[in-house]
Design a protein around this ligand. Structure first.
Ligand SMILES: NC(=O)c1ccc[n+]([C@@H]2O[C@H](COP(=O)([O-])OP(=O)(O)OC[C@H]3O[C@@H](n4cnc5c(N)ncnc54)[C@H](O)[C@@H]3O)[C@@H](O)[C@H]2O)c1
Length: 428
């Protein structure tokens, strides 16, 4: 089938990344002497956190502001010091330990960037909002239903305090995804009847245990392989694609039924692959699949099939000719754009608050994981609303607070067994 979107009306009304700058003329940024310099603190000084901090500073530049790093925190003080040093901070402003986040939120920063493993996000966000800070929170934001609902509650509190919260869902910041969302909303592919979202690729890094190392240290360094800290890769990584599904469909799935397993991992307690059927109601199903096994086929993205056409993630859209408004972004770097949008919204007095949105997408991934781990059919209502459900109170242990109190006990490094305990029927 050839594309039926009218090229002129489509291209003529869509402006892509970098081609057009949204500036103060579009968004009323009322700068005062005080807001010309924005102070930022970082919690979680690893790969993403250190880059996110630079992205925040770059966003300040784009907005004609100055950014200043005033404090860093990491479970390991050396990481906090390394991150701080590259921004001119002395060791007295770089804090180590599982309670180090408290020092950052108690500092004179206006904004906090959070990029620890997701298990810690609910506690850290609550503390930062309590202290009146605007927050950038890396995805995912929880590893269990209790944590996801805590993020929603903290987001509601932030709204009452006029605080901004933006999540690290970078796909939502690209002009291409925004254009396709606008095309879908304008009816280009008609009602979405089904689709597939996937993130299939190689395995994760592993951090082998060191001699004489504590359980907490080993688990923290090897967090990507422990469900209690990462949520498993369906949550930690595939949440990006699940978030696109929720965004494009405009609603949450009502239930999940799926499976997964482990063939190759050598540490931790996670699965290598998941295959989940997400029921969005009204007969609409999205197949979610993700795999982390070295040497296997790699593919990723989203496909949505509507009654009138098809949308390929951020790429091609086939269907009806529709008009959409120009899409403008400030930076072709979606990771910088996240911070531009947070800062601009705060300065405009209309802070973005994405806590609920990212908590719900995180919960969709958690729902899929629970279904695969247990072999059960899982309803979203049992995770979000039904406090009579055994799943409502599910909290992975050790928790963030267990780490803070210490010492913690390392979970067994074996994956869950679906239908655990059920016996094979015997035949004489
Ligand atoms: N948006 C994206 O594309 C993207 C990409 C990569 C990672 N991430 C997310 O960013 C987060 C961090 O990932 P990463 O790749 O930087 O991991 P990383 O292991 O490189 O860094 C995590 C850092 O957090 C520190 N840490 C752990 N527990 C802590 C605690 N309780 N308090 C303070 N510091 C603590 C660790 O010591 C480490 O330095 C994760 O949520 C991950 O999913 C997002």
């Amino acid at each position: 089938m050839s594309p039926t979107i009218n090229r002129r009306s489509f291209l003529g009304t869509s402006t892509l990344a970098g081609a057009s700058l949204a500036t103060g003329s579009l968004f009323a940024v009322n700068l005062t002497e005080k807001t010309k310099k924005l102070k930022v603190g970082l919690i979680g000084c690893g790969g993403r956190g250190t880059v996110a901090l630079s992205d925040f500073l770059e966003a300040c530049k784009i907005l004609g502001l100055q950014g200043e790093v005033v404090a860093t925190a990491d479970a390991f003080k050396a990481n906090a010091e390394a991150a701080g040093k590259s921004h001119g901070l002395g060791p007295e402003r770089c804090f180590g330990g599982y309670d180090a986040y408290q020092k950052v939120v108690a500092s004179d920063c206006d904004f906090v960037v959070m990029a620890t493993p997701p298990a810690f996000r609910p506690v850290h966000l609550a503390a930062a909002v309590e202290a009146g800070k605007h927050c950038f929170i890396e995805k995912p934001v929880a590893v269990d239903p209790v944590g996801a609902r805590a993020i929603i509650a903290t987001g509601a509190k932030a709204a009452t305090k006029g605080l901004g919260i933006v999540a690290g869902t970078h796909l939502r910041r690209t002009a291409e995804y925004r254009r396709n969302k606008a095309l879908i909303d304008a009816g280009a592919i008609g009602a979405i009847r089904g689709g597939v979202v996937r993130w299939n690729g190689g395995g994760p890094w592993i951090a082998p245990r060191r001699a004489e190392e504590s359980d907490a240290s080993y688990m923290t360094r090897n967090w990507l392989n422990f469900t209690e800290l990462s949520g498993d890769h369906i949550v930690e990584q595939h949440v990006h694609n699940l978030d696109v599904a929720v965004w494009f469909l405009g609603r949450l799935p009502v239930s999940a039924e799926g499976f997964g397993g482990r063939a190759r991992r050598e540490t931790g307690n996670q699965f290598d692959f998941f295959s989940i059927d997400l029921d969005f109601g009204d007969g609409v199903h999205i197949h979610s699949q993700c795999r982390q096994i070295f040497g296997t086929h790699g593919s990723g993205g989203e496909i949505f099939t509507g009654v009138d056409g098809i949308c390929y993630g951020s790429g091609k859209v086939t269907g009806k000719a529709v008009e959409v408004a120009p899409i403008t972004v400030d930076s072709g770097n979606a990771y910088v754009q996240e911070h531009v949008e947070l800062i601009r919204s705060v300065l405009a007095g209309q802070p973005l608050n994405e806590a609920k949105t990212i908590a719900e997408s995180t919960l969709v991934a958690i729902m899929g994981r629970i279904s695969a781990y247990t072999g059960s059919f899982v309803r979203m209502a049992d995770l979000l609303e039904n406090d009579k459900s055994a799943l409502y109170g599910l909290a992975c242990s050790p928790t963030a607070l267990d780490f803070e109190k210490g010492p913690i006990k390392l979970p067994a490094e074996v994956p869950p067994v679906p239908g655990d305990g059920a016996k094979f029927p015997t035949r004489a």
